[in-house]
Design a protein around this ligand. Structure first.
Ligand code: G6D
Length: 340
């Protein structure tokens, strides 16, 4: 197992890790994952060859670290300790993914650490209140670790100068199909799959989620069965969004997604997973845009978006000044029919 760094233009470095059967690539631009291959099969969406042009244009946040706040904050406004904060509106009337100067647009410092059986890349930056208008600056370390049994782990370590919101996640899109065809055939599984419903503008409408395991009578559900559900409530949501763009509660902090070739296991200490099935790919006018609806799906491990407006002082995304923050998510890929 070894790592090498390749510099492209625009300050973009690619950090390429080779673990024989699998290969994974990260970049300092947005501390993002660019590529993950099992033999010749791309299991994530990205562009290694023209990363320096592709990522600065791509509006879909491919593989990026998202923060300081993942998802939408309704009306780009929230209250904390009696003070009202106004954020940039970069999604209709709302703030999404931390605003236009979010972590996905930042160049990170980084260090590559090669250890026995694993390689770590430690990315560091400071999130500045003057850039995103949330209270407080945050010193942030994001550690991507790749280990010999094909597991990618992301750890977030942060400390804020003031009480603030912090809700980071990674916006990687997976596609486990060998032919990269749409992900409708993938199955999601967990001991709990409770889906929160959204209003007309993608904002969580109620804190009473729909129990999909109960609705479908199984802990393992194909995306296409959700997309084509005849259940009135689910059907309304699917036709509004063209697929899934919803937060979930999962069971025992883990879930899997699989097709007939691969199984992806996700473990997280974050309270929710937002699943987004890349429902509308048309907004990017570029020769790079080769994507159709459902070309991939995300598993954004985070606190429920807009938690501050839904839960006030109880919002899990609130962090206190000077108190170390830590969270961890891992994604492990298995090729079916092989012992690992
Ligand atoms: C997120 O939930 C959102 C989507 O609505 C958005 O389009 C995407 O990021 C870029 O997953």
């Amino acid at each position: 197992m070894f790592a090498k760094v390749e510099s492209q233009s625009n300050g973009i470095d690619l950090i390429k890790i080779d673990n024989e059967e699998t290969k994974i690539v990260f970049t300092n631009y947005g501390a993002r994952i660019v590529s993950w291959k099992f033999d010749d099969n791309n299991i994530v969406l990205g562009n290694v060859v023209e990363a320096d042009e592709f990522y600065q244009e791509n509006p879909f946040n491919f593989g990026a670290t998202i923060g300081r706040y993942g998802g939408r904050i309704a009306d780009a406004t929230f209250e904390l300790d009696g003070k009202t904060y106004h954020l940039d509106k970069n999604n209709n009337n709302h703030n999404i993914h931390g605003g236009p100067k979010g972590l996905d647009t930042q160049f990170f410092d980084y260090e590559v650490i090669e250890q026995v059986g694993q390689i770590k890349i430690v990315f560091t930056t400071t999130i500045k209140s003057e850039n995103d208008h949330f209270p407080g600056d945050i010193d942030l370390e994001i550690i991507h670790t790749y280990d010999i049994d094909h597991k990618w782990t992301i750890e977030y370590k942060a400390t804020a100068t003031e009480k603030t919101l912090f809700n980071p996640m990674n916006h990687v899109y997976f596609n486990l199909n060998r032919d990269n065809n749409v992900i409708d055939n993938h199955c999601i599984s967990s001991s709990k799959l409770d889906m929160y419903l959204l209003d007309e503008e993608n904002i969580v409408a109620s804190l009473e989620p729909v129990d999909l395991i109960h609705k479908f009578g199984s802990e393992s559900i194909q995306f296409k069965d959700i997309f084509n559900s005849e259940d009135g409530v689910i059907q309304e949501q699917m036709s509004r969004y063209g697929g899934i763009d919803h937060p979930f509660d999962i069971g025992n902090n883990e879930m899997t997604v699989e097709n007939k070739h691969f199984l992806l296991k996700v473990q997280t200490d974050m309270p929710n997973v937002v699943i987004f099935t890349f429902n509308d790919t048309t907004s990017w006018e570029s020769d790079f845009n080769i994507y159709k609806a459902h070309s991939g799906f995300t598993l954004e491990t985070q606190c429920i978006p807009n938690d501050i407006n839904l839960l006030g002082e109880e919002a899990p995304s609130i962090i206190e000044a000077g108190q170390p923050y830590y969270s961890k998510t891992s994604y492990k890929i298995f090729e079916k029919g092989k012992e690992q």
